[in-house]
Design a protein around this ligand. Structure first.
Ligand code: ZN
Ligand code: ZN
Length: 131
């Protein structure tokens, strides 16, 4: 099985995952833009059992537009978010795709919150668009 490691900028906090993600998506919402510092977030979802966390993380809980609570775990030293879970959905762990630093990582199949998409962003044609 393919093993990948997602890491923060300084390397203190990482998440080792086995197998391919069950879902890869990009999200154009402002919360994802703020969290990542980029113009959209890209995240991969894995089963909890496939993820092993190494290092110390600090948690931040953000309440989403629809009331969902998301717990983001970031490195207290460098600030990178390495994984997050939705409360009530702890069987899955989401990991920012960029944390893998792997250009060949599986492409996203969902594009979410396109009403906030920057005008110059072009998403793959075959992607599924979600509100
Ligand atoms: Zn770090
Ligand atoms: Zn978002």
């Amino acid at each position: 099985m393919k093993i990948r490691t997602a890491s923060c900028s300084c390397g203190q906090l990482s998440a080792k995952v086995s197998g391919d993600p069950i879902r890869v998506s990009i999200c154009h919402c402002y919360a994802c833009q703020r969290r990542t510092g980029s113009v959209f977030g890209a995240q991969a979802r894995f089963p909890r059992d496939a993820v092993e966390v190494i290092g110390k993380g600090t948690d931040f809980v953000r309440v989403g537009d629809e009331g969902g609570r998301f717990k983001f775990t970031f490195c207290p030293t460098c600030g990178s978010t390495v994984f997050y879970v939705k409360e009530g959905g702890e069987e899955h762990v989401a990991i920012p795709v960029g944390a893998f630093a792997e250009s060949g990582f599986p492409a996203p199949s969902f594009s979410v919150y396109e009403e906030r998409m920057h005008s110059w962003v072009v998403v793959p044609k075959a992607i599924e668009h979600m509100p």
